[in-house]
Ligand binder design. Structure first.
Ligand code: PRX
Length: 658
């Protein structure tokens, strides 16, 4: 749990009611809550029909007879790419810009809906030519370039399933994800631009595919982005720009049933192995379109929207690709880092494109706060009218700074709580409707039922704290964990199964209700940490550490960090034969690199402490709580359940000396 003081949360008295002029033209109205309350399923059925084009209408909204495996709109048929592309062109909006793409070195491209549709049609034909059809899995490992969006939509268009792997993940992580989903095709690039340099991607794919064992991959399609040298495997590797020329420009989108899988996205859980979260089409697209429109107050004719997330994360799937494009929005897509070539790059982009809706993460906001307001103040940010936050709790001070400095003191802020598993936003204020409160995500969006429960499954009263639970199925909910239905049940549904007589989804987050009944998120209650808004599992990093030959045992904790929310801190016992030969500094440097290679740079520990013992209970369980006390520089808590109570003293003495 985060150590945010609950008292200070309750004393947050600042309130920001919507202005009359904002409410007058707001997309959302309080009537949505009433409608959803009166008949939740009828509400979602109406949203789905209003927001999407169904090739074949559905007759049943929800089939929950095989809970927790949900089927939404199951006998309906649609094509996700058609909904994101063709229908906007057919409605006469082909000239509208879909994507203002900005490369890190400053190259840029404006892509209209007509152009994007044309590119996706060709790419769909190329996929068919490469033998990719309904249900086949395609791994996508690309930088933030237009081809990433084109690839995802082309895969969706032919009824295949994408698994996007964040470009910062290592060859090892890539390999395990490709294997788990038995991907037939990998789409990658020679490299991408990051921090002013070419960051190669193709070598990681080569590395992932070089390992022995059965390999499902038949081809690797490579986008030329940076012109860096790449190794080439004849017969397997193909250049995107060459292949795309060989296929037809016309492609008709076929309708698929609403429960056709759309994508798998891997996320960390409490055990070492990442979970392949499975999402399908009809329900997913309904809820991402609904929330994107209402939570961000989208007026597609006039707004310029920008979500800074990478397409490798769920936020990029739902709020860069599917939500905005289903709604016909104009958006910015930026390849690089916020501080390249100067620390005002994001603000410069907002000024350049007149961005009106901006969606980012608290970790970014906090790092800008540290740099000072002079940087954003030197750009014209007056076009902004809605600001969003996602990924971790946003502390009230960062919230207020965001509103004052970036939002000119007037923009509504929506703090959106959701997860890879939920697929779309679940808790958020609605601009123009909700009186906002800094630091609280506030209320479930219309059509979503959320409660804070105690261990016995009883809702806590206003003012109480407990576990966040979703008490009714929702359209964009995960449909399972790829290849592992048991783990799906165990992870999310078993928690309350013993105490409640209906299936209730356990989100893994702690939460508190304030006196008004607004929800405050308090962080994870399991062994998952949140670093810069990205979920990392302690177990996964621990297994990466012990896979190194010098390590005997390790324990990883998330320690509070001013900028990244939490940071990875590791405690490592070296194998006795290595203790003599390696200074702690050398060992720690070596192991930080090793974790980067095994998982990716995002998982690299901020600190590694070499210790002689780890604190364990009599049954052998590592007491991470105590290590977290050390990592956060606090007095060590209750040690009475330790098998050897002197261990913590030895660890903290050693660290204070060393
Ligand atoms: O702990 C919650 C935190 O991020 C977790 C989900 O992580 P992931 O699946 O990677 O998705 C991140 C983007 C949706 C949650 O269990 N989290 C996400 N948004 C918030 C949040 N915590 C507090 N406030 C939020 N707005």
């Amino acid at each position: 749990m985060s150590n945010t003081s609950i008292d200070s949360l309750q004393h947050e008295e600042r309130r920001f009611p919507p202005t009359a002029s904002f409410s007058a033209t707001a997309v959302a109205t309080s009537a949505l809550y009433d409608e959803a309350k009166a008949d939740r399923l009828a509400f979602w059925a109406r949203q789905s029909r209003d927001l999407l084009h169904w090739h074949k209408d559905f007759t049943q909204t929800l089939d929950w007879s095989n809970a927790p495996f949900a089927r939404w709109f199951a006998d309906g048929e649609l094509n996700v790419a058609y909904n994101c592309l063709d229908r906007h062109v057919l409605a006469g909006n082909g000239d509208r810009i879909a994507i203002h793409w900005e490369g890190e070195p400053g190259d840029s491209r404006d892509i209209s809906y007509a152009e994007l549709t044309a590119e996706v049609k060709r790419a769909a034909n190329l996929l068919t030519k490469l033998g990719i059809g309904k249900g086949d899995r395609v791994a996508i490992y690309l930088p933030m370039i237009p081809e990433a969006v084109v690839s995802m939509l082309a895969v969706a268009r032919v009824g295949a399933v994408h698994s996007v792997i964040f470009g910062g993940f290592s060859a090892e992580s890539l390999r395990s994800r490709i294997d788990d989903a038995s991907a037939k095709l990998v789409i990658t690039a020679d490299g991408g631009w990051r921090k002013g340099r070419v960051s190669p991607l193709k070598p990681a794919v080569d590395g992932a595919l070089a390992k022995e064992g059965d390999l499902s991959v038949e081809h690797v399609l490579v986008v030329k982005r940076c012109d860096n040298d790449v190794e080439w495997t004849e017969g397997r590797d193909l250049w995107w720009h060459e292949e795309i020329e060989t296929v037809d420009a016309e492609h008709e989108a076929e309708a698929f049933e609403a429960e056709q899988p759309l994508f798998i996205l891997y996320t960390s859980g409490t055990t070492g192995k990442p979970k392949g979260i499975l999402h399908t089409t009809g329900g997913y697209l309904t809820q991402v379109a609904f929330t994107h429109k209402n939570v961000f107050d989208l007026h597609p004719e006039t707004d310029v929207y920008w979500c800074t997330a990478d397409v490798g994360w769920i936020t990029g799937h739902s709020y860069v690709v599917y939500g905005p494009l289903a709604n016909g929005a104009t958006q910015v897509l930026y390849e690089g880092t916020p501080d390249t070539p100067h620390p005002g790059r994001w603000w410069e982009i907002i000024q350049k494109y007149g961005v009106t809706i901006f969606y980012t993460a608290p970790t970014a906001i906090r790092s800008f706060m540290k740099l000072g307001r002079e940087i954003p103040d030197s750009f014209d940010l007056s076009s902004l009218r809605v600001l969003g936050s996602v990924g971790e709790p946003i502390n009230p001070e960062a919230w207020v700074w965001y509103r004052e400095v970036i939002g000119g003191g007037s923009t509504p802020i929506v703090d959106t709580w959701w997860q890879t598993e939920t697929g779309a936003i679940m808790i958020s204020a609605l601009p123009g409707v909700t009186i906002t409160k800094p630091g609280s995500a506030q209320v479930p969006v219309p059509g979503i039922t959320i409660e804070v429960l105690d261990e016995a499954g009883t809702p806590v009263p206003a003012g109480g704290g407990g576990l966040l639970a979703v008490t009714e199925p929702w359209p964009s909910m995960l449909r399972g964990i790829w290849g592992d239905p048991e783990r799906f049940k165990e992870t999310y549904w078993d928690k309350f199964a013993a105490v409640l007589d209906k299936p209730v989804y356990f989100a893994g987050d702690g939460a508190r209700l304030d006196e008004d009944g607004d929800i405050w998120l308090l962080g994870r209650v399991d062994d998952v940490m949140n670093v810069s808004g990205h979920r990392l599992s302690t177990a996964e990093i621990e297994s990466a550490l012990v896979s190194h030959p010098i390590v005997a045992e390790s324990a990883v904790v998330g320690a509070a960090d001013e900028t990244t929310g939490q940071a990875v801190v590791a405690f490592v016992i070296l194998r006795s034969e290595h203790v003599e030969h390696q200074t702690p500094d050398e060992a720690s440097a070596l192991l930080r690199i090793h974790v980067s290679e095994q998982i990716g740079a995002i998982a690299r520990p901020r600190e590694i402490f070499i210790v002689a013992e780890l604190p364990k209970t009599r049954s052998g369980k590592i007491m991470r709580r105590l290590l977290q006390d050390v990592a956060e520089g606090r007095a060590i808590g209750d040690t009475t359940t330790l098998a050897d109570t002197s261990v913590m003293q030895i660890i903290s003495d050693k660290l204070s000396k060393g």
